[in-house]
Design a protein around this ligand. Structure first.
Ligand code: ADP
Length: 413
């Protein structure tokens, strides 16, 4: 290696570490490698071990920038070989090398003639990808060049790793900020929901105490309001109790044999009056007969009950809610479908989070089963946790204005 190249490598950490953005670090390294070796192009491939692919980054006047981000299967081409075997390769006539993968050249219009390719490794063993320098403009690549790229690669791998760690730290921070916002929202939801019953009770008690109500009828009305206030408080407290059910890892299931028709009968008894009060048709459908599943009866009643309650709340009067059970080989598919307002596609991934409500919770109607009446935003978080604790997951299909269907499978027994 030339003395200028050693000098260059000692200055390199300053240049590379002046940015913590992975893309900037990579393009900077490639530009430096290309200029230092007087090559036409330089590329970095990073391994995506989850997908078993290599992601392409490039720089160089002649390389089509649209190649950036393209993926090839891991192990393909000279670069794949270098990563797998953790060996440095100098190839001065790629056209005769059977490992050469010409697809990238075809896509970009660039013609690779020769290359030096070096693996990128972190902490001595973790393979993160490879760096290639392509088409030396004055002659063939030699061992001095590969030594230079090898030393450069060690620093580039470190800089990429630093940038990756920083980016993942930033992501974590964003998540924490979101959680903090959610905590604020949660306090605002709880305060709002508790304020209504408290003020109902307070006002009724004040009126009764004042003794200004002389006739029995007016007093009866106030007693009814008092009772409404306390029953709303009871509902809120029982929802708060569900908070303990919103984490599948801390749920202790008591599994037993459950006959689906019996489970449906219990749910029918609990929710029929609410549906009838809204002139809705609540249908239970179990054509498979007296089938049994293994599960925690109490928790499943809470989970399916939450889905039915939501279906009633978010469907207009005269609508329909169908609770059904269908056999899928050795499993049963339980679903709760409604003809209600539906859930916007953008909101669907979030609604299972604790304290999440689609529309502003202040716009929710009061009451337990009134149209568009919301709770604390714990219902679906509970459903998700209970179903996941049963080793399954909840699927949602919903279309705004048409309705929603929540479903999950349970093992038969
Ligand atoms: P809450 O107890 O406040 O209703 P959930 O966690 O049960 O909270 O539901 C979260 C939000 O998802 C609800 O506020 C509502 O906006 C929406 N949602 C849930 N189920 C349905 C449904 N069947 N149809 C339309 N929207 C629904």
């Amino acid at each position: 290696m030339r003395i200028e190249q050693y000098e260059f490598l000692t200055r390199l950490p300053l240049l590379l570490n002046s940015s913590l953005k992975q893309s900037v670090v990579i393009s900077r390294s490639l530009k430096l490698a290309r200029e230092e070796l007087q090559a036409e192009a330089a590329t970095v491939f990073l391994s995506d071990s989850e997908k078993n692919e290599l992601i392409f980054w490039a720089t160089g006047e002649d390389i089509d920038k649209s190649l950036a981000g393209q993926r090839i299967p891991a192990g393909q081409g000279i670069v794949g070989w270098v990563i797998e075997n953790q060996k440095i390769e100098i190839v001065n006539d790629v056209a005769t090398d059977p490992r050469f993968f010409s697809n990238m050249d075809k896509k970009s219009g660039f013609t690779t003639k020769n290359m030096v390719c070096v693996p990128l490794t972190v902490a001595g063993t973790r393979k993160i990808g490879a760096i290639q320098v392509l088409n030396k403009t004055n002659g063939n690549f030699n061992s001095d060049d590969s030594e230079f790229v090898e030393r450069l690669a060690a620093q580039v791998a470190l800089a990429i790793e630093n940038a990756r760690l920083f980016e993942s730290l930033q992501l974590q921070n964003q998540k924490l900020e979101k959680l903090d916002r959610r905590k604020g929202e949660m306090i605002s939801v709880i305060t709002h929901e508790f304020r209504t019953p408290f003020s109902l009770i307070q006002t009724s008690a004040d009126i009764l105490k004042s003794g200004m109500l002389k006739d029995e009828n007016s007093r009866k009305q106030i007693y009814d309001t008092l009772i409404e206030g306390t029953s709303r408080l009871t509902r809120l407290l029982s929802e708060m109790k569900n908070l303990g059910l919103t984490s599948s890892s801390s749920l202790q299931l008591k599994k037993q044999r459950i006959a689906i028709p019996e489970l449906f009968d219990e749910l029918k008894e609990t929710y029929s009056a609410a549906a009838a009060g809204r002139n809705m048709y609540l249908k239970f459908d179990c054509p498979c007969g007296n089938v049994t599943i293994m599960g925690d009866r109490v928790n499943l009643l809470v989970a399916i009950g939450n889905l039915i309650a939501n279906a009633i709340r978010f469907t207009r009067d005269q609508g329909q809610v169908t609770v059904s059970c269908r056999q899928l080989s050795n499993k049963f598919l339980i679903s709760v479908a409604d003809t209600g307002i539906g859930i916007p596609a953008a909101e669907q991934p979030m609604i299972f989070e604790k304290f999440y409500e689609v529309r502003d919770h202040l716009n929710h109607n009061s009451g337990t089963f009134e149209f568009n009446s919301g709770g604390l935003g714990l219902g679906l978080a509970t459903v998700k946790a209970v179903i996941e604790a049963h080793g399954s997951s909840v699927t949602l299909v919903s279309e705004e204005g048409k309705g929603s269907e929540f479903s999950f499978t349970l093992e038969s027994c």
